[in-house]
Design a protein around this ligand. Structure first.
Ligand SMILES: Cc1cc2nc3c(=O)[nH]c(=O)nc-3n(C[C@H](O)[C@H](O)[C@H](O)COP(=O)(O)OP(=O)(O)OC[C@H]3O[C@@H](n4cnc5c(N)ncnc54)[C@H](O)[C@@H]3O)c2cc1C
Length: 265
């Protein structure tokens, strides 16, 4: 259980950001799903609930997700369900349970950059940008490469996904229904290009360029070999070798789902 000495309901993003910089023990509160697992003492908890960051909107050709959008909102939102083959709702619908998803936020999920993140795996095969209050707007992959230290603390305000008409599919394997995933995989297809990502290796999700090239050439076995060549590790949920084998199956299934919708399989 974590404890917070004082509580700030921020009225502006500027106030929230200033409070975050004031003390290294101050913390941004998302849905507190992860925070509450830690035994930590924070000085000020900064609540972003009143900043209008809880909306999913289509704006200038992008699907814009506010940082305080809950996973359940993402799962049920008609606009999110209607695009990219429904990959965004699909990627979060197996995370714990409805009560949990009613609290956990898109901002918290993306900010954590966790290896097990279902949502990050899905976002990687879409053209995704992250907006930070101080550092501004940047591609998701640039954000993922930023150092995670107390000195670089910022506030994630939005995640934006370009509405470019690509089709996409998501796959994951879990040992039990509500557990963390053992492996996650996503694929997307736009014109001649394929996008492939594998996550929960258990390291953070990455794109697999060699698999993307192979799929663009219609070579599924080569794509699977490229997926197998990624780095995997073992933990209590599965061995490295098991993950390597399952990841190939998941990528094959995700790509197959898209090809089937296109009438090519
Ligand atoms: C038991 C359990 C099981 C889970 N299973 C899965 C799973 O199977 N798959 C999966 O993908 N995820 C899983 N998760 C993670 C979950 O989906 C969320 O990623 C997690 O709860 C964080 O979201 P939150 O809104 O609760 O963030 P919080 O717990 O509120 O915050 C998490 C961290 O992010 C920071 N933060 C939050 N919002 C912002 C922001 N807008 N800007 C800057 N910093 C911010 C906080 O300061 C904190 O450091 C699980 C979590 C738990 C507790």
């Amino acid at each position: 259980m974590y404890t917070i000495k004082t509580y700030l309901m921020a009225q502006t993003l500027d106030e929230a950001y200033s409070a975050l910089q004031k003390n290294k023990s101050n913390v941004v509160l998302g849905g507190c799903g992860w925070l509450k697992m830690a035994r930590k003492r924070f000085w000020t908890g900064i609540d972003l609930s009143r900043l209008g960051l809880d909306r999913i909107e289509e704006r200038d050709g992008w699907l814009e997700l506010g940082a305080m959008v809950t996973l359940r909102q993402l799962e049920t939102d008609p606009a999110a369900r209607a695009v990219f083959g429904g990959i965004l709702p699909q990627s979060v619908e197996r995370i714990v349970g409805v009560q949990f998803r009613n609290c956990a936020t898109v901002g918290g999920c993306v900010w954590m950059r966790a290896g097990f993140s279902d949502l990050l795996t899905a976002l990687l095969v879409l053209e995704t940008e992250v907006e930070l209050y101080h550092a501004g707007r940047m591609p998701l992959e640039t954000f993922l490469a930023l150092p995670q230290s107390r000195e670089t603390r910022d506030i994630l305000t939005h995640v934006r996904v370009k509405l470019d008409g690509r089709d996409a599919a998501y796959q994951s394997v879990r040992n039990t229904a509500t557990d963390f995933p053992v492996v996650t995989a996503a694929a997307a297809h736009l014109g001649q290009s394929w996008m492939v990502a594998v996550g929960a290796r258990p390291m953070r999700a990455v794109r697999v360029p060699a698999a993307e090239t192979a799929l663009s050439a219609g070579a599924m076995p080569e794509a699977c070999r490229a997926v197998a060549a990624l780095g995997y590790a073992g933990n209590l949920r599965g061995s490295a070798d098991y993950r390597r084998k399952v990841a190939q199956v998941l990528v094959r299934r995700a790509a197959g789902e898209i090809l089937q919708r296109e009438g090519k399989q």
